[in-house]
Write a protein that binds this ligand. Sequence first.
Ligand code: G6P
Length: 620
Amino acid sequence: MCGIVGYIGQRTAVDFLLEGLRRLEYRGYDSAGLVTLDENGRMDVVKATGRIDALAEKLEETPLRGSVGIGHTRWATHGPPTVENAHPHLGGENVLAIVHNGVVENYQSLKDQLIDHGYHFRSATDSEVIAHLIDFHLQQLGEQGDATGDQRYVTAVEESLSQLRGTYGLVVLFRDRPQIMIAARLGSPLVVGIGSGEHFVASDGSPLAGYTDKIVYLADHQVALIRADSLKVTHRDEGHVKHRVEKLQIHASNLDLEDYPHYMLKEIFEQPNSLRDTMRGRLCEDNATAVFGGLNLTAQQLRQVNRILLTACGTSWHAGLVGEYVIEEMSRVPVEVEYASELRYRNPPVDHKTILFAITQSGETADTLAALREMKRKGHPTLAICNVVGSTIAQEADGGIYLHAGPEVGVASTKAYTSQLLVLTMLALYFGRLRHLSYEAGRRIIRALQELPDRVAESLNCNDEVRRIASKYCHENNFLYLGRQYNFPTALEGALKLKEISYIHAEGYPAAEMKHGPIALVDEHTPSVFIMPRDFVYDKVMANLEEIKARGGPVIAIVGEGDTRVAELADDVIYVPNVEPFLQPFVTIVPLQLLSYHVAVMRGCDVDKPRNLAKSVTVE
Ligand code: G6P
């Protein structure tokens, strides 16, 4: 949600800002804006509602030349998505500009105080208070005269931040100080890219790709004073800190659409490779187990774990449900899966042998972060299963496992989901091998995992057939998704995918539960998608399928290759490769991702940027 970019150097800032904002589009937004500053102190602001294209059109009318600038995509929280509410916001007599991500919880009382001091507010946002507050402190410091040069600006920002309650990723520009830019973070991600004689700021690393591979992840309570040729970071409590420069792991080519019409389709088709990347170097045939470099717990400590808590939101929560099945089956360690939004406010009885895994693609989801912090506060080891390197959750967890799935741009998660499933399956193997799982069983699981990317590639062969099926059902407005055991979470995820990008009402259920309510919905306009590759509950699911057919409901079935029985009953059948039950979620989700994709395209929906949704949900 919301994206920030900033530039200071020799280039025309607007070029980087606009491209950077486009690369952050995936985070979700409903208006955008930017401001540039030239060496003569000329400050130009351009804002637009809707897509970045609308902002780009306005910029064609008013080309901006400054070589310092900040930009923002806004996902409305306080006040509707209007030009007035879009960022940047100007402070005082237009002497400074800010862009802000996060929420200022005490904005109303600060606003009242600033109004009393004579400030005029132009927007309904909480963010605008930050702009005026900084101006207020600048004035005060000017009168006192005990802070001069750049320090006066840094102190004004720091004093303002000390008054804020809430979260911020913040960048500030000053009209009479075009040679500096100040960035600060608390709970909202911000990175600084180091170029040669130039610096970049962004909410995550993707805007930097192709510009620099040197990245600094700012931590909470840090303030960065950025000039074209220098970067100085201070921490609220520690004073000046030496910043760590890391290597950006995103390449510009990762963000290229290639010949695909949408990122979502590209990412669905990337899955064989993203799975290979997730697996790389993590399977040890000699010991018939998995290896993870960053758990930061010894095998001895992990053997003592008697309960695993998985917490997540959305698609990542569905991955957790599959994790529950596979970890319990392979390792016999009891697993619980909790929505992070529930866990954060609950006080479940958890003993000292419980560990928490937070599963999150972005590493920024506010509820998941809060649940992790709550468990950490109670002294439990917290680990992250995360895709975005250097993200807040990755930084705050005691240890973790990166997905290495590559950047996921489509809002609806696809390749990150299958990589999450893979990490959880490798964890199950690892925990299993610390306990009762035999060497031989471990080797068998490893062999199956090594073949998995090829099986997923084969399941992509159904694309044409799925497109045909999509055209048959794309006008329906209700879908049911049904599966059992390993395929129950897949039913939930398939339904969520359809909902997210095509705005069709869809519900996922364990197939047998259908009799307890959802069957009342069945009619000739409510297709049921059965996920039923051959396994030990196949005959039971077949009985459920018959119940739907008996009530006139159309059936689309996902089955294993060579299955002939289902085709006799179902209206449409999609074949996927036969794999062991614990790998079924990897191959059965592919046709469901494709189904939602094609239906959404046929309904004219904005597949990669669905309405109201954000990829990175940084508010509660
Ligand atoms: C949002 C996204 C979903 C994602 C969920 C959790 O709702 O639109 O695709 O599954 O957040 O995000 P996370 O980054 O924590 O996995």
